[in-house]
Design a protein around this ligand. Structure first.
Ligand code: 5GP
Length: 157
């Protein structure tokens, strides 16, 4: 990634809330100059299935026109979120838009989605929490990714 963006004016966009820990770890490994901004979107509510209806709940502070944008996602499931975010960045005149995602669920219809240029892990199509990912705002603090069904209902970990 450092080579891909060498000499560019990189803007790292953390997609809140799920990718805040991943973004922190990622940016601490970048050796090229970059800025960070945050956008919050919602499509899940407090449930475990996507509504597919993505809305911005907290917008970027920066103007992204002519900027090279790297969207940092926690997980790609149906792809509705990245489709929406890429379209939004393109509408706003970004010079380029790339995606990095920590996780992608197997079975995601990748052919009909924007390309995820940098991907951490493919996982089975199960609901996961931890390392920033929540279930009804809980479990984000876990220093690992876990299936929800494997955790105690009390949430006391
Ligand atoms: P998509 O729009 O691709 O269906 O879903 C992407 C967003 O839904 C992610 O950024 C994340 O916020 C949420 N999401 C999708 N799958 C999971 C999951 O297994 N666990 C959690 N905690 N969130 C998920």
């Amino acid at each position: 990634m450092d080579t891909d963006y060498a000499g560019e004016n990189l803007l790292v966009v953390c997609v809140l809330k799920g990718s805040y820990i991943f973004t922190a770890d990622l940016t601490r490994r970048l050796t090229i100059p970059h800025e960070i901004d945050f956008i919050a979107v919602s499509s899940y509510g407090d449930g475990t299935t996507s509504s597919g209806n993505v809305v911005v709940t907290q917008d970027l502070q920066r103007d992204i026109r002519d900027r090279h944008v790297l969207l940092v996602e926690d997980i790609v499931d149906t792809g509705a979120t990245i489709r929406f975010l890429v379209a939004t960045c393109e509408e706003r005149g970004a010079a380029s838009v790339r995606i990095i995602s920590l996780l992608m669920k197997e079975g995601t219809d990748e052919e009909n989605l924007p390309e995820v240029q940098y991907l951490g892990f493919r996982i089975p199509p199960v609901f996961v929490v931890g390392y920033g990912l929540d279930y009804a705002e809980r479990f984000r603090h876990l220093p690992y990714v876990a299936t929800l069904s494997g955790l105690p209902e009390s949430g006391e970990i």
